[in-house]
Design a protein around this ligand. Structure first.
Ligand code: UDP
Ligand code: MG
Length: 249
């Protein structure tokens, strides 16, 4: 898909926020983001991606966007999952950098300022939830999944599921996309020759709405995806053109 110019081109950073049935988080989310933007270290805007919500999220997103010139949205025709929502957002970003944060505010938008200073040296800067505020069972699933993935694909990433990340738009858009790919950004960026930095960030409990993931899509699907990413690593082609005569001097 060719990149079409849109209003995100007026900013340095576009913050992608995937939203699926988060109506009770929207008001708080919009006011936190609105308060952050004028103080952000980079000139930033927000792009909400309504991933086919069936509650009042769509309406609340439109209200939030009507009240802030730096808020934008796209609405998907039906629910297709977090990776797909992120991909749909990335396809629209025209700023040189993009960020990702979840709608439930389990990470803090203000802490994007801990990540963005590293963008000069790293193509991906990813948060690591230092002190997770999830249930014991969810933390166990996450630790297990992270350990297994590190062993299989050796990406060195401590917490790929952390919903606070910033990336160079160009490399992010060149990644292979598939359902579940949001757990493999470090490995996929490394595959494209990108450098990855990990930074500790705060984590908060979900105060409204419910988690959209269960044991199956947190553990079993990612297990199969690890095999696919291993295959990509083994079969990856990286060529360098030594010379050409394609351009007239
Ligand atoms: N989400 C989405 N589409 C989906 C499932 C989730 O856009 O099909 C969004 C959701 O609204 C949230 C983010 O992805 O902003 C992460 O979801 P959740 O908080 O449920 O994941 P968890 O923190 O429990 O891993
Ligand atoms: Mg969450």
């Amino acid at each position: 898909m060719t990149k079409q110019q849109n209003q995100t081109a007026d900013y340095d950073l576009t913050i992608l926020v995937p939203v699926y049935n988060e109506e009770d988080n929207m008001e708080n989310l919009a006011s936190r983001l609105a308060a952050y933007l004028p103080r952000a270290a980079m000139r930033s805007c927000v792009l909400f991606i309504n991933d086919g919500s069936s509650d009042g999220s769509g309406e609340r997103i439109r209200t939030a966007c009507a009240g802030n010139d730096a808020f934008f949205f796209i609405e998907l025709s039906c629910n297709t999952g977090l990776s797909s929502a992120l991909k749909a957002g990335m396809d629209q970003v025209c700023s040189p950098y993009l960020a990702y944060i979840d709608a439930d505010l389990q990470t803090a938008p203000e802490e994007l300022d801990l990540l963005t200073p590293h963008l000069a040296e790293y193509e991906l800067v990813t948060g690591v939830r230092a002190n997770r505020k999830d249930t014991g069972f969810k933390k166990f699933q996450s630790r297990f999944a992270n350990g297994f993935r590190r062993m299989m694909i050796k990406d060195g990433a401590r917490d790929t599921g952390c919903p606070l990340k910033v990336m160079h738009t160009g490399i992010a858009r060149s990644l292979p996309f598939f359902k579940g790919m949001h757990r493999f950004f470090p490995a996929l960026i490394q595959l494209e020759g990108g450098r990855v930095k990990q930074v500790d960030v705060s984590h908060f409990p979900r105060v409204a709405g419910v988690s959209k993931f269960n044991l199956w899509n947190r553990l079993l699907s990612p297990f199969v995806d690890c095999l696919a990413v291993r295959w990509m690593q083994k079969r990856h082609i990286a060529y360098k053109v030594a010379s050409d005569n394609l351009r007239k001097d």
